[in-house]
Design a protein around this ligand. Structure first.
Ligand code: FAD
Length: 502
């Protein structure tokens, strides 16, 4: 047993799990993607902020100790939420959800998943701007931004967070909000793993009854009609704030409907109108497209919809997400060119890997706008007047496959596809620098994309709340603050020498 694991076991009896124990295997295999299943020296399972404080302080004070924080365990980037040979703090026992209906606030443990949240709020007719999937963790989602079915109306999920309780590297447990430690509050909304461990989020709740939505599948012959409908709805001068559409094009080998080439290509919309309007007129451009493979459109509750989406996402596979952002301008044919790029790369990698079991998707969705409430400031680098720009779209390529031996080919093809898309959107003057951290692949740099002023400020906040750089050096997982060209970084005594990698 490593020395730090045995020290932690003494400090937190019954809350440290070693590789020799049966629970260790269960904890490792509970990561959504295979890439998350590393082998730490031990897992620590805190059940209070004080437990987190004890663990973080011990790890910070132990030379050579390294650690990771696990929330919902959804990351596909190896080492983001687990660590070979180090200590993984698994936050999932901090999963309480309390609602104060008078102040319209939910207090949510930093290790809760959205299934926990919806289960408490749903029966009360309440909701938060939260995940579209029950096993998604609030920890990573809210600190990376968070895109919800309600984002068109209410912005990124982190805009609705009004307070965070955080354990700093020193072990101190502090609050950050609009009036207390405000710089840290803003930094954590987009800065995710760089400042501390969030043990509680206090989030604004709102009333939400059943609404209209579901999933509609179309054959690939409908691709042009699908893109035209998306352009028309998303580039409207004033978009209906109750419309939420994720439009995905899919490539599925190993599907029962595959063709002679061993592939099945189709598209699929996750569509919602967040009011109880049956056959919502705002979604008709999509509903009129025929034929439809199947449709689950109905009036339903948020819990029913997130339950449905949870079923569609295959766990236990190898997984990779990669993202970019662009402007959707009708008449440029840009979406169609992007679709061709993705299809070309996907078909090519599929035909080069005989027997591969691959599910690949290309998804378009609008980039949420930055709302302007007093608590909504974030570090995402999206200007508060972005409501004037209705046409910024997020693109996500997601790949699921079974065999780790196919990883480098599939990840390489996805990287090449995004690089080609970026070259195209740049050439057409329609590129947008923002890269959504919660969708980014390990080779992308979403924090640099927030812009130099934001990065400079994030370094200042890091130096103030974590003067020894614990979250930069001893907790390597996640997207770290960029290490080059920033005076704050260069002045950061303790890690000055590490700066040569930039
Ligand atoms: C199938 C699938 C569906 C998704 N759907 C959506 C969606 O609808 N909308 C959207 O915006 N995103 C979505 N995502 C992306 C998701 O938001 C990110 O992967 C997010 O980071 C996951 O958070 P987690 O806590 O579940 O994961 P983890 O892997 O546990 O954590 C992600 C990162 O956050 C850090 N972290 C976790 N908890 C804390 C904490 N309490 N304090 C400090 N750091 C912490 C971890 O160290 C890690 O680096 C989806 C991802 C997948 C795989």
């Amino acid at each position: 047993m490593s020395q730090v694991a045995s020290d932690l076991a003494a400090l937190l009896p019954g809350k440290v799990v070693l590789p020799s124990e049966e629970t260790y295997t269960t904890l490792t295999s509970s990561y959504f993607a295979q890439q998350g299943r590393l082998r730490p020296a031990c897992y620590v399972l805190p059940s209070s902020p004080e437990d987190v404080s004890i663990a973080v302080k011990k790890l910070a004070d132990t030379p050579d100790a390294v650690f990771a924080i696990r929330g919902g365990g959804r990351s596909w980037n190896p080492g983001a939420a687990n660590i070979d040979g180090g200590v993984t703090i698994d936050m999932r026992n901090l999963n309480m959800v309390d609602v104060d209906e008078e102040t319209s606030t939910a207090s949510i443990g930093g290790g809760a998943c959205f299934g926990d949240v919806h289960a408490v709020l749903g029966p009360k007719g309440l909701a938060i701007v939260g995940g579209r999937n029950d096993t998604l963790g609030v920890g990573g989602f809210l600190t990376g931004g968070g895109i919800s079915m309600f984002s068109e109306e209410r912005g990124f999920a982190c805009d609705s967070v009004i307070n965070m309780q955080i354990v700093l590297a020193s072990g101190a447990i502090i609050n950050a909000n609009a009036t207390e430690n405000n710089d840290l509050f803003i930094a954590l909304k987009g800065g995710q793993t760089n400042f501390g461990v969030v043990t509680r989020f206090d989030v604004r709740v709102f009333t939400q009854g059943p609404f209209w939505g579901g999933v509609v599948q179309y054959p690939s012959s409908a691709n042009d009609a699908q893109l035209a409908a998306y352009e028309a709805v998303m580039s409207a001068e004033t978009r209906d704030p109750h419309v939420a559409v994720e439009q995905s094009f899919l490539f599925h080998s190993g599907s029962v409907e595959e063709d002679a080439e061993g592939r099945h290509e189709y598209s699929c919309n996750l569509m919602y109108y967040t009011k109880p309007v049956v056959d919502a007129p705002a979604l008709r451009p999509f509903m009129q497209i025929q034929p439809q493979g199947y449709s689950t459109m109905r009036l339903g509750t948020l819990q029913e919809f997130t339950g449905e989406l949870t079923k569609y996402q295959p766990a236990d596979k190898c997984l990779n997400f990669v993202t970019t952002t662009f402007r959707l301008v009708p008449g440029t044919g840009l979406s169609s060119k992007i679709l061709s790029i993705w299809l070309d790369f996907t078909r090519k990698v599929h035909s080069g890997l005989p027997g591969v079991d691959l599910l690949s998707s290309l998804t378009f969705q609008p980039l949420p706008r930055q709302s302007t409430t007093p608590t909504s400031a974030s570090s995402l680098g999206i200007p508060p007047d972005s409501h004037k720009e209705t046409n910024r779209m997020l693109l996500l390529i997601a790949n699921y496959w079974s065999s780790p031996e196919h990883t480098s080919a599939i990840e390489g093809a996805a990287q090449d596809a995004i690089t080609a898309v970026d070259a195209l959107t740049e050439a057409e003057g329609l590129g947008v620098p923002f890269r959504y951290l919660n969708y980014a692949s390990k080779w992308q740099d979403p924090i640099t994309a927030y812009g130099p002023d934001v990065v400079e400020e994030l370094w200042r906040v890091s130096r103030k709340y974590d003067p020894s750089g614990v979250f930069q050096t001893k907790m390597p997982g996640g997207f770290k603050l960029p290490k080059c060209h920033f005076t704050s970084y260069l002045n950061y005594g303790c890690i000055k020498d590490a700066g040569k990698d930039g």
